[in-house]
Ligand binder design. Structure first.
Ligand code: HEM
Length: 518
């Protein structure tokens, strides 16, 4: 009996491989036969070795050219000039496995269909409106001030105990995003105990990304598992699970109309993400518990882990290369005569070197590295002599754009001046800065930013992500000098794709002692 089942399985596998190699609509596209025949090739590099397939994809491009069939159903393009075409596909759909990696199937980031995504995004578009984000600036500033107080205390401690820079930034970004989205900050910056690390909690999720790509059904298992059980396996993630609980309780309460604002404040703009998701204009079928839980959780995770990494990587380079930190501080003095000065975002955005530091930090931290495949549901795409059939998942990892030596010579080097040089030469390098993706599915956190405006000083202060980056880099590096402790520049060299880019040991960490400067 077992022999019959085994023979049938082998027979099916071989037949399937033959179909994929010789009859599948993608069979004429270049790429290694093994990748076209079976998903096991990708599984081995991503799920078994832990986020290594991207480097195999890079080797495929070296051998087969800019368009490659990387598994039985996906194409990958390595051409920085084609990125926009992929991510601006009209009425694009998300590819289901890429959507599953966020482990939140009812959120907009995991929504497959174009129309449903549009409806869901519209619910939060108003919440992230220009007026709403403008009002946020003083609140971000207040959180940045708390971070500065924490660093001040650290700088005065005898022996100058090193600061866990990544955790300090994680605490900042989580406090900003929770205050804004849930109406109540988690108060991580008020907590001197930094051992319960949010950054490590995010790492814990990164490990699951590839499993979810292959087995999206696992998310049901996670949902059914009590939080207390998951917490036991991920003790470092206790804070994160605390947030999940808070989200769940709030979602239940608002759905039961226990929360003020559901009935009584219908005319007021939404004050929290929950209110936005349950506003009277939202269709009834969207006001469900899983929907509220997933959407609120994604906004939190998307807004926290990414921004934290950008700040951490920038801090690493500014601590490593004192000349960069000095140049930045000199420029900051123009608008910050005293270390305690607090210029507005609008003033900071005019500073070209600071902008260069932020752009390099965005480029080299690879906050979302995974190839987020898109699907053109009806029309074929054309790449050179290739016609890509509709329905084909197609992607380009932002990693390849950001490390393209024809755009960013010596791509590994952190060179804020490259943005100034490009601007002086009239070259729009910023159109190749794509950490937020492009098109209708691009990051919600930069809703008001258009990359072309980076040097024209428009709109940036209305963007949550950029506002956090400008205010934090300015306040920290005007006031402090960082000295790396047991951390070297190679420690954040990205060698793993776990959704976000991670170094070899899967820890995105920087330790530094802090000195005040005048
Ligand atoms: C440096 C910081 C950030 C980076 C690099 C970043 C990057 C991205 C990227 C690449 C996507 C598209 C993902 C995809 O293709 O599926 C995305 C989506 C998203 N981001 Fe961000 N993000 C950042 C900050 C934020 C912040 C501060 C928020 C908070 C509001 C946020 C909220 C979201 C949401 C809600 C989506 C889903 C949008 C949709 O599906 O329509 N992000 N982000």
């Amino acid at each position: 009996m077992y022999l019959i089942i085994l023979t049938a399985l082998i027979g099916c596998t071989i037949t399937q491989a033959i179909y994929r190699l010789y009859f599948h609509p993608l069979h004429t596209f270049p790429g290694p036969k093994i990748a076209a025949a079976t998903f096991l090739y990708q599984f081995f590099y991503d799920a078994v070795l832990g986020g290594r397939y991207i480097w195999e994809v890079e080797k495929m491009h070296e051998k087969y050219g800019p368009i490659v069939r990387i598994n039985p159903r996906d194409l990958h393009i390595k051409d920085s000039h084609y990125f926009d075409t992929i991510y601006r596909i009209p009425k694009q759909e998300k590819d289901a496995p890429s959507a599953a990696i966020f482990m939140s199937p009812y959120s907009m980031i995991s929504t497959i269909s174009h129309n449903q995504h549009r409806t869901r995004r519209a619910m939060l578009n108003n919440f992230f409106s220009k007026q709403a984000v403008v009002k946020l600036e003083p609140r971000i500033q207040a959180q940045v001030n708390k971070l500065i107080e924490r660093l001040e205390i650290a700088s005065r401690q005898p022996g100058n105990t090193p600061v866990r820079v990544h955790d300090a930034f994680a605490d900042l970004t989580i406090d900003v995003i929770t205050e804004y989205t849930y109406g109540e900050s988690m108060g991580c910056l008020d907590d001197p105990d930094e051992t319960n690390s949010m950054s490590e909690a995010v790492e814990g999720f990164g490990v699951l990304v590839h499993l979810m790509w292959f087995l999206p059904g696992l998310v049901k298992l996670f949902r059914a598992t009590p939080l207390s059980v998951i917490e036991r396996f991920q003790p470092k993630a206790a804070k994160l699970f605390g947030v999940k609980r808070m989200i769940s309780n709030r979602s239940i309460a608002i759905l039961q109309k226990k929360t003020p604002g559901d009935d009584s404040n219908e005319d007021k703009p939404p004050q929290t993400v929950f209110e936005a998701l349950t506003a009277p204009s939202v269709p009834a079928e969207e006001k469900t518990l899983p929907r509220l839980e997933d959407e609120s959780f994604v906004v939190l995770i998307a807004g926290m882990g990414t921004t934290m990494k950008v700040l951490t990587l920038g801090a690493l380079h500014l601590a490593h290369n004192k000349a960069l930190a000095r140049t930045l501080r000199e420029e900051l003095r123009q608008v910050m005569p005293e270390p305690s000065s607090r210029p507005s975002c609008a003033q900071l955005e005019k500073l070209p070197y600071l902008t260069g530091v932020i752009n390099e930090s965005l480029r080299l931290s690879h906050p979302l590295l995974f190839r987020m495949a898109r699907v053109s549901p009806v029309d074929p795409l054309v790449y050179g002599k290739y016609v890509i059939p509709p329905g084909t998942p197609i992607s380009e990892s932002s990693y390849f754009v950001h490390m393209d030596p024809s755009l960013f010579p010596d791509p590994d080097s952190f060179d804020p001046d490259r943005w100034i040089r490009a601007s002086e030469q009239g070259f729009s390098l910023t159109s190749f800065l794509v950490p937020f993706s492009k098109g209708s599915r691009q990051c919600l956190g930069i809703k008001w930013v258009h990359s072309e405006t980076l040097y024209e000083n428009k709109c940036l202060s209305y963007s949550l992500a950029y506002a956090e980056l400008y205010l934090t880099f300015a306040a920290v590096f005007r006031r402090f000098d960082l000295d790396l402790v047991e951390t070297s520049i190679g420690d954040l060299r990205i060698t793993r794709d776990l959704g976000g880019g991670f170094p070899e040991n899967k820890k995105f960490q920087v330790f530094a002692s802090v000195r005040e400067v005048s």
